[in-house]
Design a protein around this ligand. Structure first.
Ligand code: 3HC
Length: 713
């Protein structure tokens, strides 16, 4: 038909195949090709029914997000419009059967729902993930979905954005049959049977029996809005999706579609949609490293070995086992090993209790983790990850030991969160095999892995780390070897500034509340208490020699440390904790802060939430700009991905650098200059930030220009 759509006939059924790799998105040309193919199939007297199927690995994974990006940024010819193709499918005089494998997401499911019937392979995934992009389903999905699955299930699918597998879709009435075995043959047989039966063709838009009554729906919509507010804090689209589904239940189909279109257009013009679409592409761009082409050879990781069964080591072991990689887990003492293993077991048991996976899966995963006190078997490992205490001396000793044991092709990784990977590598005979794999706690859950590339790390080892991150279901971001790498290097000034803010007059609770209202997953003091004040203190000691004499540093944290207030683990830190680790404000901490301020001659004053946000976030942005200019991050978007996947930065703000662009770099720079004057040298403006602001440019412009020059190089 055209280059995206192919038409053939099989057993008296017209088979329309969409070929728009990699994911058969509804890019311009695809809907047009589908219309042409449907016209031809209807004209063909030898075809009694029509099957629409995706070529390659999937059905349609949605509208083309690049088109949405253009629409969101006001470029292009407006948001894509699919009414024509949907009506054309639904009004076909021959039965149309959608044959689904891989994913039918967003516009993909919306196209599927316009068919008269849907069949799918068991592991097909079907859903409406638009909220993850800050929009609502915009191809009549909010109108057809509740007609097929009912209002409550439609709300759940659209608000959660989570896809479901074919068997569940069958139960809900979203599909008509699960096909085991060959999908196309099954779909063709199904279509022939429908044609044989004859009779009226079911049009989803004409269904109404699942739309419920006003009386029953009132509580469902209220619960849906509650779910949206709780699970998608501060986000517009999930609430708007509920509004659109409400229109389906209260208005005729055409008017409901009009309402959906209005809401869709409003969402797509929002800052949240722009930020989330940025995040979508940024997350996929991080794996593209200019000097590491896709074809770079990688080491095959079948057997991993981990040194240290503490929180990090245990979490990494679980991440490996979850991906089917066998792990040797080494500790120094039996009690520590037992403790580590008990925690792993408890975590898995909780997952089984919550129904995430079966006992059998848990047993398989536990069986992949081999606890031990020796280096037995390390000589056969393909990857060794050191996850010991954060001390250079200790790490060097361990790397010296594993260098003597490991086979020559074994990747040697450190999970250090701040230490110099080149110095660690220097004690080995093979610095090219050494890399930093900085996992985030809990490592079996958090998606980020900072991949720290040392000066000698080989390309193959970096490519292996990227492939491993993908295999573990994580996002690997390659960063340079500077103090704290990217994430923690930005975190240090953020934490320091928060401490200055409390010394100057705020309370830890006020700072944390302002930050969570801004959208951060947790407040900075709550993070400090969770990570451990002893750990923060220890990291600071490692770098104390770098602190400039005469430059005032905040000191409350040091005092908390000396009082033994290490955070959650000791029941007290910046907050006081009950036995369930529930925090409350602690007057003792307030008194300590006030006393410290008094002793330091700091006049306490009222601090507004706006000032808290500006000082906390802008200091991170300023550090991010320095990191970018010094080349420790490849793109501003990489920094965003790090903060979105590892530090709880709100996705709908796109990450710190994207957020700076949204505020306007001139404004950010001007405030940083003011803070520099008022608060001194920690606020020295980053030259890159100042330059971009002067030129009226953004970090996104900087990335785009760099992308071009890297591509040319
Ligand atoms: N549009 C454009 N490009 C897309 C795309 C889409 N809908 N979905 C994926 N891609 C691209 C990715 O950017 C990537 O490109 P790259 O290779 O150049 O980096 C490539 O396809 C492969 O994607 P992944 O690396 O993510 O591949 P995976 O196999 O890991 O995952 C997937 C596949 C589950 C389909 C995942 O890509 C995904 O979740 N895609 C987005 C699905 C989605 O959100 N659909 C709804 C779109 S909005 C919509 O439909 C609006 C409608 O209501 C009007």
């Amino acid at each position: 038909m055209n280059k995206f759509v192919n038409l053939a006939t099989q057993d008296g059924v017209a088979v329309i195949t969409i070929n728009n790799p990699p994911v058969n998105a509804l890019s311009p040309g695809v809907p047009e090709g589908l219309v042409e193919a449907l016209d031809a199939a209807e004209r063909d007297p030898s075809a009694r029914a029509i099957v629409i199927i995706g070529g390659g690995r999937t059905f349609i994974a949605g509208a083309d997000i690049k088109e949405l990006e253009l629409a969101a940024s006001g470029r292009g010819s407006g948001p894509p419009e699919f009414h024509g193709i949907l009506a054309r499918i639904e009004d076909s005089t021959k039965p149309v059967v959608m044959a689904i494998h891989g994913t039918a997401l967003g516009g993909g499911n919306e196209v599927a729902m316009a068919g008269h019937y849907r069949v799918a392979v068991p592991d097909a995934q079907i859903g409406q993930p638009e909220v993850n992009l800050g929009i609502i389903p915009g191809a009549e999905g909010t109108q057809r979905l509740p007609r097929l699955v009912g209002v409550a299930a439609a709300i759940d699918l659209c608000v959660s954005g989570k896809p479901i597998r074919a068997p569940e879709a069958l139960k809900l009435g979203l599909i008509d049959r699960v096909i085991e075995g060959d999908l196309l043959a099954g779909a063709v047989a199904f279509a022939r049977a429908i044609a044989d039966k004859g009779g009226a063709l079911p049009k989803t838009r004409e269904l109404s029996d699942k739309l419920g009554s006003e009386f029953v729906n009132a509580s469902i919509f209220a619960a849906g809005r509650d779910q949206a507010r709780k699970t998608r804090r501060n986000m517009i689209a999930p609430l708007m999706a509920v509004d659109a589904i409400e229109a389906a239940a209260t208005l005729p189909f055409d008017e409901g579609c009009k309402k959906e279109r209005e809401i869709f257009e409003e969402c797509i013009a929002s800052d949240q949609a722009r930020a989330l679409i940025h995040a979508f592409f940024a997350e996929r761009a991080v794996a593209k490293i200019p000097d590491i082409p896709k074809e770079t050879a990688v080491y095959n990781i079948r057997q991993a070995a981990i040194i240290g069964a503490g929180t990090m080591g245990g979490g990494i072991a679980m991440a490996c086992a979850n991906a089917g990689i066998a792990v040797l887990l080494k500790e120094v003492e039996q009690t520590a090993l037992d403790r580590g293993l008990a925690i792993i077991r408890k975590n898995y048991e909780n997952s089984v209790k919550k129904g995430r996976f079966s006992q059998e899966v848990m047993d398989q995963r536990i069986a992949l983790i081999h606890p031990q006190l020796t280096y037995d078997g390390f000589a056969q490992a393909d990857l060794i990850i050191e996850a010991a205490f954060e001390s250079m001396e200790l790490k060097k000793r361990i790397f010296g030991e594993i260098d003597r044991i490991a086979q020559s092709d074994c990747v040697l990784a450190s999970n250090t969160s701040t230490l110099d990977i080149d110095e660690i590598a220097s004690v080995t005979s093979r610095p090219h095999m050494v890399i930093g794999l900085h996992f985030f706690s809990p490592a079996n859950v958090m998606r980020l892995v900072e991949i720290v590339r040392g000066k000698a790390t080989s390309r193959e080892v970096v490519a292996t780390a990227l492939a491993l991150a993908k295999k573990l279901g994580k996002v690997g971001v390659v960063v340079g070897n500077c103090r704290g790498f990217v994430g923690n290097r930005m975190m240090l000034p953020y934490m320091r500034e928060a401490q200055f803010l409390v010394e100057e007059g705020a309370t830890p609770e006020q700072v944390d509340r302002a930050l969570t209202n801004f959208g951060m997953a947790m407040g900075i003091f709550a993070v400090d208490d969770m990570g451990g004040i002893d750990l923060a203190w220890r990291v600071r000691q490692e770098y104390k020699h770098l602190e400039k004499p005469g430059v005032r540093m905040p000191i409350v944290l040091e005092k908390l440390f000396h009082l033994g207030r290490y955070g959650q683990k000791t029941g007290a830190g910046w907050y006081r904790y009950d036995e369930n680790r529930k925090p409350t404000a602690d007057p003792e901490v307030h008194a300590l802060i006030e006393k410290t301020a008094h002793e330091g001659g700091i006049e306490r004053r009222h601090i507004s939430d706006d000032e808290i946000i500006e000082r906390s976030i802008y200091i991170m942005i300023n550090e991010g700009a320095k990191i970018l200019e010094e080349g420790y991050a490849l793109r501003a978007a990489d920094i965003d991905v790090i903060y979105l996947t590892g530090y709880g930065f709100p996705a709908y703000r796109g990450g710190p650098m994207w957020y700076a662009d949204t505020v306007g770099l001139k404004q950010v720079r001007d405030r940083i200059r003011e803070f520099h004057e008022k608060h001194g040298e920690f606020w020295e403006p980053a030259p890159l930030l100042a330059k971009l602001a002067d030129q009226g440019e953004t970090f996104a412009d900087y990335d785009a220009a760099r992308e071009q020059s890297l591509a040319v190089a």
